[in-house]
Design a protein around this ligand. Structure first.
Ligand code: PLP
Length: 384
């Protein structure tokens, strides 16, 4: 049992979140604790006091130290691990490593993230690459159905499989290890889009054996915005290059990715402060707390909406986020509902779209209280 209570005044005071808003959307933009922002502020002050020392002389060694700590969190060897501004950059770097030919296929779940689908559209326009959707049923009974959906579409033309470790619109945890093994049995490399995974799932990237892995530190590790990781398997380390070329070209992953021109590296350097904050609360306690908030919240909301839950209450299928169907709304109405809920009730929660259907996707974080989900459920009940 943690020594703290979810959503207590003491915990809420650790975040700068506006107390008049029920923020149930840590999944879209993770809120960064004040202590971590203060650490980042101190780093900025240091940078501005001695720019060349900070940016040109000391930065690589300091990033190596952060890399060791993050590597320990995600089970990655430092030689293959670099910092990027966000998961979108990691996906883009992996897509750029492949020597595409017309007719190549990329398998991506229909639950996959829209920005990644746009990156695949671009590949289609440039190289004639085709996206093939693995159609994962939702409602979902078990993880086996996810593997079946991918197995049904991986074929001789598949050049890459992209696995969302945790899906955005439907908040499902996909069985990444099984999917990597499946693709590898077909001789196909795998990019795991783990945008939500660091901090939230136990990761062991070496054991997972994906070809590429990207994940955000600015979501569930609560690091400042602009902190994310990209890991490259040894078999690809000579092939991958940063999309923006600078001084480090050809000098290894860290030299290429961690200097793409002048920028502010303090989000990356403040990651240890975020990890300290998580350690202080207890990583496992945080995960258990957040899952419990969402477990209870999704039941209340489903009851208020008069719908069945779209997957069983199995902790291997979801974590601190859950999507509940909103049967009377279309997927396209999501942004309007989100804006209305915020304007009329000061509740910030996304309405996501999948397969033309609309879902309300709740998140749970230690600054949240069970009453906030009750409030949301009551508003949604009144909108039925
Ligand atoms: C599955 C998935 N991939 C990629 C991203 C993109 O993350 P970012 O905006 O930090 O690049 C997200 C964001 O929520 C996501 O859910």
């Amino acid at each position: 049992m943690p020594s703290w209570t979810s959503g207590s005044a003491a915990l809420r005071a650790r975040w700068a979140l506006d107390p008049t808003i029920d923020y149930l959307n840590h999944g879209s933009f993770g809120a960064t604790p004040r202590a971590v922002l203060a650490a980042q502020g101190a780093l900025r002050d240091e940078m501005e006091s001695s720019l060349v020392e900070f940016l040109a002389r000391r930065l690589p060694a300091r990033l190596d130290a952060v890399r060791s700590r993050v590597g320990a969190l995600v089970g990655a060897d430092p030689a293959g691990l670099v910092f990027v501004p966000n998961a979108t950059h990691g996906v883009d770097a992996a897509l750029d490593a492949i020597d595409w030919r017309p007719g190549d296929e990329v398998v991506h779940a229909d639950h996959g993230y829209n920005a990644v689908k746009q990156a695949l559209r671009r590949l289609e326009h440039r190289f004639g690459v085709k996206r093939v959707d693995a159609k994962v049923p939702f409602p979902l009974a078990d993880a086996g159905q996810v593997v079946e959906a991918f197995a049904a579409v991986i074929g001789p033309k598949t050049r890459l499989v992209i696995v969302d470790h945790i899906t955005s619109a439907t908040a499902l945890v996909f069985p990444a290890a099984d999917l990597v093994a499946l693709a590898h049995r077909h001789g196909v490399p795998v990019l795991v889009d783990g945008a939500h995974a660091p901090g939230l799932l136990d990761l062991d990237l070496r054991a997972l054996d994906a070809d590429f892995y990207t994940g955000n530190l600015h979501k569930w590790v609560c690091a400042p915005k602009g902190a994310a990781l990209f890991w490259v398997h040894p078999r690809w380390r000579e092939t991958v290059h940063a999309r923006v070329t600078s001084h480090g070209y050809g000098n290894g992953l860290a030299a290429e990715f961690e200097w793409t021109g002048t920028f502010d590296p303090t989000a990356w350097l403040a990651v240890p402060a975020a990890l300290d904050h998580l350690d202080e609360l207890g990583l496992l306690d945080v995960r258990a707390n957040n899952h419990a908030l969402v477990q209870e919240g999704r039941e209340r909301i489903a009851h208020a909406l008069g719908v069945s839950l779209p997957h069983p209450d199995d902790a291997s299928l979801y974590g601190p986020m859950a999507a509940i169907p909103v049967p009377w709304a279309k997927a396209s109405e999501g942004p309007t509902l989100n804006a209305r809920l915020y304007a009329e009730h000061r509740i910030e929660v996304p309405f996501t779209g999948y397969d033309e259907r609309c879902f309300v996707r709740i998140s749970g974080q230690v600054y949240n209280r069970p009453e906030q989900y009750v409030r949301l459920a009551e508003v949604l009940r009144s909108w039925r």
